[in-house]
Design a protein. Structure first.
Length: 392
């Protein structure tokens, strides 16, 4: 196993011991300004379009991002317009990471869900009403490793969170903080002689947009795969290759990637109800770092190619036509770290200089206009965009 693969996996796989202590409490802080309301294997490939000389207007969006990144998506959690205006620190003075945002029916108030790093061994899963400033502590997490951090996902109606830890994946109610074990890890084979059948964890749970399924990374190192899981009973609906993925906008498909290994880099699509995996690229000596859906027929992805993995590409794939279009390319290092969908015509990416999460330096976020293929820098150098609060 290459050191590059191990660095990638250590960034996402949770091997830490977490004790979930469910506790609820209310605390009121100063309210924040409310955001304005305002698979088929692809064959055809198009060349990179010539760069446009006209900067298109920026889309309307409120972005969630971290500034002064401390690792694993944590830092000073901010929200701002895509042009950087109306910048607000959401949880001042906290080392935090974004989980989700929900608009309350009736009142229209936005509730932020996030995780705060208290110290290297302690985290809290919290919510905050962005209108009233009321803060609730949903769960306390005891963490024992410094190379990664807890992650969680919010379901469609914000009634439940899925959180990963060394014992497995738990479902936690957002109102009462009640927790139940959904998936259980096994470390009995993680000794001097590895037995992958008895050495695995469940990490990075991700609810489908309709809240009916979870996408979970299952395994360790080369044995990793993705499981599509019923969040009600923990039963596996399907297992697919790869170590990270994303849901389509209608929850009926996933894109999923396998990063660099020994000729194992690959990019796949899987579609319900069979969830059979269609290989778009690979397996081969290349790396696929991230993917996200622009709309139901179109998915964007990062591909790193070359014998020495020296060239990266952000591309889009149309499931309807099979057309693959290169949106932007560059030399490594750095390389794109993540992709964040703004709408069907706009995408944001960050580049990072190393895969080692202990020493990553991030670039200024870049906005890609899909229609013109213009690339526009946004926010500040080092800001890492994690999500979108509002779009129009």
């Amino acid at each position: 196993m290459t050191s590059q693969l191990r660095s990638l996996i250590l960034f996402g796989v949770v091997l830490a011991v977490i004790v979930v202590d469910v506790s609820c409490g209310d605390r009121t802080e100063a309210p924040l300004p409310s955001p304005s309301s305002s698979g088929t294997t692809a064959q055809a490939r198009s060349p990179s379009p010539a760069p446009t000389t006209t900067t298109p207007p920026l889309p309307t969006a409120k972005l969630i991002f971290v500034r002064n990144h401390t690792g694993a998506g944590y830092g000073s959690l901010h929200m701002a317009n895509i042009d950087g205006s109306e910048d607000v620190e959401l949880v001042p003075g906290e080392d935090a990471s974004y989980v989700g945002l929900h608009r309350e029916p009736g009142s229209g108030h936005l509730t932020l869900y996030y995780i705060v790093r208290i110290d290297p061994n302690n985290y809290q899963l919290r919510s905050r009403n962005l209108s009233s400033g009321e803060r609730r502590e949903i769960a306390t997490l005891d963490w024992q490793r410094d190379y990664s951090a807890p992650s969680a996902s919010l379901n469609a109606d914000a009634s439940q969170l899925a959180a990963d830890h060394a014992a497995g994946v738990d479902i936690i109610t957002t109102t009462l903080g009640e927790s139940r074990r959904l998936l259980t890890n096994d470390s009995s084979g993680c000794q001097q002689t590895f037995d992958y059948s008895r050495c695995f964890s469940f990490t990075r749970p991700l609810f489908s947009p309709d809240g009916q399924l979870l996408l979970v990374t299952h395994g360790l190192y080369e044995s990793q795969r993705l499981d599509i899981v019923d969040p009600g009973d923990g039963n596996t609906v399907a297992g697919v290759p790869g170590y990270q993925g994303d849901w389509s906008t209608t929850s009926n498909a996933i894109c999923h990637t396998q990063s660099v290994g020994i000729d194992q880099g690959a990019f796949y699509l899987s579609v319900s109800p069979s969830w059979g995996s269609d290989t778009v690229f690979g397996p081969g000596n290349e790396s696929f770092e991230s993917c996200t859906w622009l709309d139901e027929p179109t998915v964007a992805f990062v591909r790193v190619t070359g014998d020495d993995l020296s060239q990266w590409h952000v591309s889009s794939l149309s499931r309807t036509s099979g057309q693959i279009s290169t949106l932007v390319s560059g030399q490594t290092p750095p390389r794109p770290y993540n992709l964040v969908r703004i709408n069907a015509s706009a995408l944001i990416y960050n580049t990072v200089d190393t895969l080692d999460p202990a020493s990553q330096v991030f670039s200024q976020p870049q906005l890609i206009d899909i229609n013109t293929v213009a690339v526009v820098p946004i926010l500040q150098p080092g800001d890492v965009v994690l999500g979108v609060a509002e779009t129009a």
